[in-house]
Design a binder for this molecule. Structure first.
Ligand code: HEC
Length: 367
């Protein structure tokens, strides 16, 4: 498994464990919470608000049926393992001659686990421990274990094909058995358990939304908003901010210089420009050292302007804490798929390739 995918999986697990387990129980408090609402809606009428009904649950009624038993640990729900509890809720009691309705049409697997979590949260510890002891619940996989287990075979063939390329994210789409895999700025859809890969944008024809572009933009927004204002060189607008523009820039690129010469017009129009460093050619590229000098300067805005006007003689030699941002900008720029500078992004993650004159840019950003 390539190491990036490993970390993705490891991280998924860590995140889940950190909010899992109330005491030593298999469910999370979130599951209990969402289960409470589902229980009230679907179960409480028969089993009671707190899963306490019916006190005389061992007594058949006039028709020879058992009343709904308490699920709060006082009856014998705890004699059933988790799978049987799930099946009872899913299929109801009809097949066994009982009265409990089936819920498979109304609750999905997650919902069923939540209602079970809710009524198990009413179980006293000693009952829960007995149940857990009987069925060794600690070995039950968590939901995220299952997701990971399902993901692995889905991406296996793809990983073999792409060799060392890093897979950034794998997620299920709303379409049956179709998975979306993110590799940098590209998306691939896997079909039939990962046997087939489809490359292209997924569009919902009912709504007209390009779902791939939505995913791409939201990943760009996440990557860019991870830079704090303190990390960047920001040219504030005159007056109120009407739009924000993120610009990957290299001081040595002529079109970056041209864009910068129009920064006054952008500021006057209410546009806030956030500069991110992107040394074309990486650490050996022409702008690398200068960008570091700019990022380390006392007055970064002035240094940016000086550098863009090829007056970088006075910039102090650069190595300060902030100069690491230059390397980070380069990495993130590559990740969001830029191929040159300037690369512009609107606040909703839409990419504008290359230089645009301010007369075009301003109406586009304000629309
Ligand atoms: C219409 C009434 C009714 C509703 C609604 C209902 N149940 Fe039941 N449930 C029963 C009855 C009656 C039984 C006893 C077995 C039978 O008759 O099927 C039962 C049995 C069970 C059992 C087995 C308990 C044991 O001790 O073996 C579980 C677990 C359970 N219900 C969970 C639920 C959950 C969770 C919901 C909501 C999603 C729910 N039930 C909704 C009537 C209901």
């Amino acid at each position: 498994m390539n190491s990036r995918l490993y970390w993705f999986l490891a991280l998924t697990l860590t995140v889940t464990f950190s909010h899992a387990a109330e005491g030593d129980r298999w469910y999370s408090s979130e599951q209990v919470q969402s289960g409470a609402a589902l229980f009230r809606e679907n179960c409480a009428a028969c089993h009671g608000q707190n899963a306490e009904a019916t006190a005389n649950w061992k007594q058949r009624d006039a028709n020879g049926n058992f009343p709904p038993p308490p699920l709060n640990g006082s009856a014998h729900a705890w004699h059933h393992d988790l799978d049987l509890l799930r099946r009872t809720v899913r299929e109801g009691g009809k097949s066994l001659g009982g009265l409990m309705p089936a819920f498979e049409e109304r609750l999905d697997a997650e919902g069923i686990d939540s209602v079970i979590a809710f009524f198990q949260s009413k179980w006293p510890d000693d009952i829960y421990q007995k149940w857990a002891g009987n069925f060794a619940t600690s070995d039950l996989p968590s939901l995220s274990d299952i997701v990971v287990a399902v993901n692995r075979p889905v991406t296996k063939l793809l990983e073999q094909r792409i060799g060392n390329t890093k897979i950034d994210d794998v997620s299920k789409t709303k379409i049956d058995d179709v998975w979306r895999v993110q590799i940098g700025n590209s998306y691939v859809y896997l079909l039939e358990g990962g046997k087939y890969a489809l490359m292209g944008d997924l569009v919902n024809l009912e709504t007209g939304y390009n779902l791939t572009e939505i995913a791409r933009r939201s990943s760009v927004v996440a990557a860019l908003s991870a830079f704090s204002d303190e990390d960047l060189v920001i040219f504030e607008p005159e007056g109120e901010t009407r739009a924000t523009l993120d610009v990957f820039t290299d001081t040595s690129c002529p079109y970056c210089q041209k864009l910068h010469s129009e920064i006054g017009e952008l500021q006057a129009a209410g546009i806030r420009v956030r500069y991110l460093p992107y040394p074309r050619g990486g650490a050996t590229g022409p702008g690398y050292q200068t960008l570091k000098s700019v990022w380390c300067a006392q007055d970064r805005n002035q240094a940016m302007t000086d550098a863009k006007n090829s007056r970088f003689d006075d910039l102090p030699a650069a190595d300060c804490d902030r100069s690491a941002t230059v390397d980070r900008g380069y990495r993130v720029g590559n990740r969001v798929g830029i191929s040159g500078t300037p690369a512009l992004f609107t606040s909703n993650g839409e990419k504008i390739e290359g230089y645009r004159p301010y007369q075009e840019l301003i109406p586009f950003l304000l629309q």
